[in-house]
Design a protein around this ligand. Structure first.
Ligand code: FEC
Length: 325
């Protein structure tokens, strides 16, 4: 192989995936349920949630913008060396197909990066395992290096902290304006997962806590009175999921006479999608209204140039032949 080909790096940028139009919701839901079609009631419930956010999720478009921003940031580091392609968990192109297509490009190494900051064997671990499966399926032994976590990536923490600081100040001012001396409480959330994986030692809660502590410390908030952790969007299954659920946290805050407002920082997500636009902007906001609290939530990273540049830096580091994987 020429030196040029030796340097070529495939980047598999992975995300959850979403239906591209309402007609794809059933197939998508069936994929999430590992091939078991949802009942008509379950399907109607999911369709209603998409309808409430305008019929379809913006996630597909946002994931594509994130891909383009990451490609641009990598081109800035080393033009023509990196080729970014998407691999989705529950929609096309699937993770395995993305990995196969990178093998077809003749890359010398594949770096896998997931658009989720917190490592869990049930989340990032699965995306990376599926990348390796795709490479194997293509009959290749090209090396795969995974970025397992970017929970405390400084640009990510700074993005969240800057946004939280200004929303927090605005809510404090709003309360003060109304001669209301109650305080503002921040809840850092990520997608819940089945409790059993935590009982098996999964680091996911520590990952969320690391982000929360870094952001809270940058904003100058104290744990307990001023911030806490909540979990959101738990699956609709009988088994226990990690808690407390953000809605329960809001209920409890509503009973605290010293709390006047809640800000949710959905730091487990990096795009405005169903779990943010419905579960927080509609459901959690209503719950806060019901218990008499002001409500706000922090912005999602989406294709923020600085965070994408930081991810590009991590990819470039992982692509180095000296990187130990
Ligand atoms: O905007 C959109 O259309 C897609 C929104 C979406 C994102 C997302 C992210 C994560 N999920 C995670 C775990 C699970 C587990 C289950 C599960 C179920 C669903 C359902 C929908 C759904 N998830 Fe999701 N998730 C999104 C959407 N998720 C819809 C099915 C109906 C429902 O329960 O609401 C349970 C099934 C299973 O056992 O697999 C577990 C995790 C993330 C964050 C990391 C990532 O993005 O990969 C973890 C976005």
């Amino acid at each position: 192989m020429s030196d040029e080909a030796d340097r070529r790096v495939g980047v598999l940028l992975m995300a959850y995936g979403t239906p591209r139009h309402p007609g794809e919701v059933e197939e998508y839901y069936t994929d999430i349920r590992r091939g078991r079609p949802p009942s008509p009631e379950q399907l109607a419930d999911l369709v209603a949630r998409y309808d409430a956010i305008g019929g379809i999720s913006p996630l597909a478009t946002l994931t594509e913008s994130q891909r383009d921003a990451l490609q641009a940031a990598l081109d800035h580091i080393d033009a023509d060396r990196f080729h970014v392609t998407l691999g989705l968990k529950h929609a096309d192109p699937k993770v395995e197909a993305g990995a196969e297509s990178l093998v077809g490009h003749g890359v010398e190494r594949i770096v896998g990066v997931v658009l989720a900051p917190h490592y869990s064997s049930y989340s990032i671990g699965q995306y990376l395992a599926r990348t390796a499966d795709g490479v194997q399926r293509a009959g290749s032994d090209v090396e795969v290096v995974g970025i397992e976590s970017w929970a405390t990536e400084p640009a990510f923490v700074e993005f969240l902290a800057d946004d939280l600081r200004s929303r927090h100040e605005a809510m404090v001012e709003h309360l003060a304006h109304a001669d209301d001396d109650r305080r503002v409480h921040v809840v850092f959330t990520a997608h819940s997962l089945p409790q059993r994986i935590i009982d098996e030692g999964d680091p996911y809660p520590d990952e969320l806590r690391a982000t929360a502590e870094a952001v809270a410390s940058a904003v100058g908030l104290h744990e307990g009175d001023e911030w806490s952790i909540g979990w959101q969007s738990a699956g609709r299954t009988p088994e226990p999921w990690i808690g407390p659920d953000v809605l329960e946290v809001i209920d409890d805050l509503g009973e605290d006479p010293d709390v006047g407002g809640v800000i949710v920082s959905a730091c487990g997500f990096v795009a405005d999608h169903l779990e943010v636009l419905y579960d927080l902007d509609i459901e959690a906001r209503h719950r806060a209204d019901d218990v008499g609290l002001l409500f706000d939530r922090t912005a999602c990273v989406n294709d923020d140039a600085e965070v994408m540049a930081a991810l590009a830096g991590r990819v470039s580091e992982a692509a180095s032949p000296d990187h130990d994987g």
